[in-house]
Design a protein around this ligand. Sequence first.
Ligand code: G6P
Length: 362
Amino acid sequence: DAGDIEKGTYPHFMLKEIDEQPIVMRKIIKEYQDEHNELKLDANIRQAMKAADRIYIIAAGTSYHAGLVGKEFMEKLAKIPVEVHVASEFSYNMPLLSERPLFVFISQSGETADSRSVLVKIKEMGHPALTITNVPGSTLSREADYTLHLYAGPEIAVASTKAYTAQIAVLAILAVDTAKVKGLELDFDPMQELGIVANAMDVLTGQKEELEQLTRDYLATTRNAFFIGRSADYNVALEGALKLKEISYIQAEGFAGGELKHGTIALIEEGTPVIALATQANVNYSIRGNVQEVVARGANAMIISMKGLEQDDDAFVLPPVHELLTPLVSVVPLQLLAYYAALHRGCDVDKPRNLAKSVTVE
Ligand code: G6P
């Protein structure tokens, strides 16, 4: 069928889409640059970003996790306060809005009903909205004032991979562009740094055998797994856990390293897999402390660290990228661990049970 043709030589769309991530990064670099290598964005979006005193990011699932990463860019680079909300919860306890809010909807499909219902509500209230989507012309794109395109190409596997990294890359570009529009001095060239990320992703997608072996060592028979991280790594821990749950049905949770001792550490038993991310210099010491705590209680800990911060026993070392952009590379081995875990368990990788690619009911 048509699906087989599009998959080419790949056994699953998910694997193909994981491999496409460096290509998508390069496509985004190209599409968001003009012929003078200056950032290229719609003037109306620039105006809306400049006018906003606070950004409200609304999303679901993996797109929500991308929003958490984007918040850091927006606050650190563009100096705009950002709130990130799960779409389905937003309306129940709508926060007191700032004077000049801008709503940013992040949605791969542009069709998620939970997000759309927030969009309808805030448009009634008269607030501006920007949709960041892989499908321009989708409902969320048409009904918002502005659209930013992800250029990720069709994403077929239910578990989102390349859309997540595309969302993060576009959010980084948007944050830098806004900083420039606001006249802020930045020591960060997003296109150069995203180019380095693309090359790092090429290296990572070439390390499948190593990651398949790690999956066998850590996730072969387990019923649960924990992902821990601090700061930016915490956001990626949430996404790594979601990927694993979605397709392998292993019960997985992402936790902030420092929060473990406040409850979750009670769940650590002999052999419990704990996957720890260590890509941030300022928390490298503390996250390794958390690893020692869980190992002392029997955990089977796998440390994934960034080159330059690695220690002898780390299971996997990521090629170095700018510290702000580490989520774009640390997520790749987590996507592949989830993929191989699902594969080895005989799960339907591309069409996991009970899940839909886009959920058009509330
Ligand atoms: C569904 C999919 C998820 C996705 C979420 C949000 O639940 O299974 O993979 O992250 O919807 O989708 P969106 O298209 O709005 O990004």
